[in-house]
Design a protein around this ligand. Structure first.
Ligand SMILES: NC(=O)c1ccc[n+]([C@@H]2O[C@H](COP(=O)([O-])OP(=O)(O)OC[C@H]3O[C@@H](n4cnc5c(N)ncnc54)[C@H](OP(=O)(O)O)[C@@H]3O)[C@@H](O)[C@H]2O)c1
Length: 355
């Protein structure tokens, strides 16, 4: 873990991810006088509760980024591009949550369950997109055991993926709708209360792929170091405050039994199985909210090749090998999809220094 006497700054401390990072650090017993809360000029002087005390927000500046052991950037790409290297130069280990450095070949893109070995040699690490992190954590045990050939994924993404203002928008719109009125959208183009819409990221008119989908494709290939992996996402927003859900159909490189797939998932770090078919108890965003693990359930062989109403042994036997499987997952994208993954990266960096 990051040592308790480390001086840590959270840049973007007033935002959804920054507040989650502070909550994790407080729960681990870090002292308020070792934590620096940094945001924009707008928030200077604001106070943020931390472990029974309060932190006074500083505006980002050269001075606010000196004397740090670690710096977690939880702000915009622009802020990261402008300030992350200043923090590195002044000696801090830096993890950036934005997309600023994710595609940079010189910056490792890390999910500790997959490629923690890249951390010790780096001073700046990019934290992947939230949807990518949870998909990669859930599929890593299958990749290790059987290889991956193709992933088809549909996402059901919480509004908090678009920041603190989007959570206010869902709350305000839902309250207004229940009172019989309508509030015009501010953060999203579509109303988010009682609605479902294609992810708000811009769509590339040439490919038809939106920005979130492009991140899932490019980032999972970079993390797994597999340029030819086939990834086909459809990203969608749903009226949920926090925690994303995904429905995944994955084709393995070599056949596996359903039993072997279950075993691989059950023993994987960062994965918790919630898969009780009798009780219809499966992953949900509410079950995942506030938790560290990626919840995985509905684990089954792909039914597209057989009649699910028959007692076809291809459908019912857990011992027959198949190459394509379906599952769903839910994970708290503010924690494992952002703040927690960033802090786990810093944990590995500090452990490597001590070793
Ligand atoms: N939300 C998620 O689930 C999620 C998941 C993975 C990655 N990310 C990424 O994490 C980053 C933060 O996302 P978020 O959802 O927490 O956004 P957010 O709630 O909108 O918070 C943005 C933060 O950035 C700060 N900021 C904005 N402009 C700034 C400036 N010029 N100088 C200094 N600070 C500035 C804001 O400070 P003020 O309050 O002072 O404006 C605020 O603290 C983004 O890059 C996002 O893409 C988010």
């Amino acid at each position: 873990l990051i040592p308790r006497d480390a001086t840590i700054a959270v840049v973007g401390a007033t935002g959804a991810v920054g507040r989650e990072a502070l909550a994790i650090l407080a729960s681990r017993g870090h002292s308020p006088d070792r934590i620096r809360a940094i945001a924009s000029e707008r928030s200077r002087g604001m106070s943020i509760p931390f472990a029974g005390a309060s932190l006074r927000v500083e505006a980002v500046s050269e001075q606010s980024l000196t004397g740090l052991d670690a710096c977690l950037f939880c702000a915009t790409s622009q802020v990261a591009k402008q300030w992350a290297h200043t923090a590195v130069r002044s000696g801090a280990f830096v993890v950036d949550n934005s997309s600023a450095f994710r595609a940079d070949p010189a910056t490792p893109l890390v999910v500790p369950e997959v490629n923690a070995h890249l951390i010790p040699a780096a001073r700046l690490i990019a934290n992947p997109n939230c949807s990518t992190i949870m998909m990669v954590v859930a599929l890593e045990p299958l990749r290790r055991a059987f290889g991956l050939a193709r992933i088809v994924v549909a996402t059901y993404q919480a509004v908090s993926g678009a920041g603190a203002a989007a959570m206010d928008e869902l709350r305000d719109q839902a309250t207004a709708a229940l009172a019989g009125s309508q509030l015009p959208p501010r953060v999203f183009r579509e109303p988010c209360a009682f609605n479902v819409f294609s992810h708000n990221a811009e769509v590339d008119p040439l490919t038809g792929v939106n920005g979130e989908e492009a991140k899932m494709i490019a980032e999972s290939r970079k993390i797994w170091n597999d340029r030819s992996l086939e990834v086909s996402p459809t990203c969608v927003r749903v009226p949920v405050f926090r925690a994303h859900t995904q429905a995944i159909t994955v084709t393995l490189a070599k056949p596996a039994t359903l039993g072997a797939v279950r075993d691989a998932l059950a023993s994987a770090p960062g994965v918790r199985i919630v898969d009780d078919a009798r009780a219809n108890n499966f992953p949900t965003p509410l079950k995942a909210s506030g938790r560290d693990d990626v919840l995985v359930g509905r684990i089954r062989t792909d039914p597209s090749g057989f009649d699910p109403h028959s007692l076809d042994p291809r459908a019912t036997s857990a011992d027959r090998p198949h190459t394509t499987f379906c599952l769903m997952l839910s994970a708290d994208q503010l924690r494992k999809g952002a703040a927690l993954n960033a802090i786990q990266i810093a944990d590995v960096a500090f452990a490597a220094r001590r070793a």
